[in-house]
Design a protein around this ligand. Sequence first.
Ligand code: FUB
Length: 448
Amino acid sequence: MKNFRSLMLSFVVLATSSLSAQNPIVRNQFSADPTARVFNGKVYVFPSHDIPAPEGKGLRKDWFCMPDYHVFSSENLTDWTDHGMIVSQNKVAWVDSTSYSMWAPDCIERNGKYYFYFPANKNIAGPNGRKGFGIGVAVADKPEGPYIPQAQPIKGVNGIDPNVLIDKDGQAYLYWSMGNLFVAKLKDNMLELDSEPLVIPNLPQKGLKEGPYVFERNGLYYLTFPHVENKVERLEYAIGDNPMGPFKMTGVIMDESPVNCWTNHQSIVRYSNQWYLFYHHNDYSPKFDKNRSIRVDSLFFDADGKIQKVIPTFRGVGVTSAKENIQPDRYSNISKTGASIALIDTVNTFVGWKTILKTPEAWVQYNTVDFGTKKLKTVQVKARSVNGGILQIRIDKVDGPVIAEVKVPKGVNWNTVEAKVSKFQSGIHHLVVMQKDSPVEIDWVKFQ
Ligand code: FUB
């Protein structure tokens, strides 16, 4: 209830006429390692960009292949604008442009300039004779860019997954990983270290640690990071009272992927009085976990400052307009039996998913749909049913009022079927789709 109310408060003002929130939030390309930042009243997400390894370049087929970065923004966490590519491996003087190694980035604002930090393989060897990973900075006047990369990576830093915190006193800190997690002060120019790198102590010794992301809340500094406790990464955190630590291990933010996606990578941001966790999972690539997709879910704190564990959802956050295509496969809740989801096209996975309601009374619930104030007269459902089927559209809860009944014709092809809305109710409601006859597959539902 707390979640629903805060969502309504946060989004009622921001809702526009074309909403369709769900996870993953980027639906036309792979995206990973999301760092979310609030700039100028909007949320900007700076993810890394996975692609399947191109042929003929001598690249490993089973490894990360990451050529560049895009930036996305949203005012309502529902509609995301892709501002296009901001930094590419081909346009940074110090980066090996054949390495496809542009891993997890970060971006921060200082005095009206935007500093984008990114790791990549260097094209020349350092003093130790090894090329390895460096961390570079690209600077822009606007969060969307254009970003101008510095000619050299930051001196004294070998590693990946940069993260920057500017503390309340103006001191900036750079965090990164390379086996251990490291921290160093940054000079005011945000381009050079101002202290020797320090290995952050008191963190788990066993198991890979990477992806540090530090934020401050009520005087506490939260060091969050993915850690392999067993087989794949889970998101953990430690708390300290100083940006340089020491930090005390405190808990788990998100458990391991149920399908063993090896990595996860987080950022935590407060926007319109609600905290959010951005992370990734291999939604569009169930068979290959190096092609990932970014997601967002709400995050809550206990009164003592501890982070409540976030259970990943398909539904994500935000309000979906009843007039947009609502995807019940991004459900908030689903009946224990008879209902499932599957990809519509297992080759072109970006086509998305379908809901399969196999047995009568099987249902799926999609929360927080805005029906507006003006009567919506009809409902359209894109569906198919081999034997012909009936769907009941209900609102609020599984045994809530039936607002329409849709007859899906017999056949193997997808149809857009229309029915009258008998009991329109304005405002924000949960939507329930229930099967009443024989098996039906559903792509989307929308009201007019
Ligand atoms: O995306 C490549 C690497 O995988 C990131 O840098 C790590 O944090 C992990 O997510």
